[in-house]
Structure formats: structure tokens, C-alpha cells
Design a binder for this molecule. Sequence first.
Ligand code: 4FD
Length: 225
Amino acid sequence: MKIDILTLFPDFFDNLSNYSVIGRAIKEKKININCIDIRDFSNNKHRKVDDYPFGGGHGMVMMPGPIYGAISHVKTEKSKVIYLSPQGKKLNQDIVNSLSNEEHLILLCGHYEGIDNRIIENYIDEEISIGDYVLTGGEIPALVLIDCVTRLIPGVLSSAESYTDESHYDGLLEYPQYTRPREFNGLKVPEILLSGDHKRIAEWRKSEAIRVTLEKRPDLLDNQK
Ligand code: 4FD
């Protein structure tokens, strides 16, 4: 998968190739991440990319020209252009699954009070939010999206790191996990996990996943497919 990040802060993404699973995916060429500095597409000698809002009001708005220039520079017929914004559709594992099948993502990171609405209406395929809160820029949401999409690309996770037992894979939270020692500060590991009875362990884990989901995130059970 190719990922182009359109940003005013390309340095922010400098160390991705040293980071855990994403770093490995980059080195193994499962993903190809490229940063585009939106300022490079300003037609202004001061590399200005924002201006006052028409109609007045506080703050600045990112001008359409530089953003359009940056999108046009990387876009092909196979691209999906995503704008990270607090007004977007809230990201969930279903959206992540479908994005992981794309060939080329273009991630547009906004700043200031947002971008000229003509870009959103005409040149963006999907507007995505990582949750109902406001950040100073779209760069961290872009990183979140890159992280959760990358780990679903075939060959990125080893079978030992498989995601099929994890929270949100099947609409439930993950069952409780334990490791050695068997007793820690007087606290014991559930006996069944030491029994070696794999069928009963699988049943226990399924019922624990449901119990934990009911306790911590009952809203997830309303959306069972
Ligand atoms: N919840 C999110 C995305 C971006 C952001 C920005 C308009 C502000 C939160 C466009 C206003 C971008 C999110 C930058 N904050 N801040 O996903």
C-alpha cells in the first residue's frame, strides 16, 4: 500500500521507520509512506498557506490552492483521498478493515480552523475522525489511521501476532490474559487456564469475552452482526 501524507509538518513523521510493526512494514516494503509539504504548493514567496475567513471571525483557514496542488501532485485513478477532521465519520475497525484493501491512501492533515470547504466538497473521498475531541492538527489522527491499517495488511503481522483474537475483531472485547507466575502477590491465575483442556479453555474465553464486553462496553453488543 502506498500512503501519501499531505501536511504542514512533514518532520513529524520522520521516525516511523524506527517504530515497531510500522517500521518493519516499511523496511519489508509492505507499505510505502511519503510526506508532502503543503507549503511546497503555495504560490506565495513567503510560502503562505492560510488566510482570513470570508465573512469575518476568529482564526485562519487553509487556502484551497496549495492543498489542491498537493493532492493533484500525488493523485491517480486508484487513490482514496481522506481528510482527518473532527467532523468526519468516526473511525472503527470496520472502516479500518475496508481501508486496508486500498492501493493508495492520501491523508490530508488540516490545521488552524480547518480548510476551505470547496476542497472538502469536491476533492475529498472520505472525511474521518478518530473520536469526538479536538486536536491541534490532523497529523496524530493520520498516524492513528496508518497504524491500524498497516497491521491488517497481509504479511505485516506474524501468525504469533495475529489479530483474530483481539478486541474489536469479532465485535467483542478480548478475553483476560495471564502469564507467569501462577501466583502473584497472592493473586492466582484462573484454574481452567492451567487445566490443559483446550476445548473448555476456548469456551471459557468466549464467555469471558462476552462478560467483559457487557461490563466495559455494553454498546458494542447492540451492534452485533
Ligand atoms: N477527532 C481530529 C482531527 C483533526 C483535528 C483540524 C478541522 C481541526 C481532531 C480540520 C479542524 C482539522 C479528530 C485539526 N482534531 N484537528 O479526528
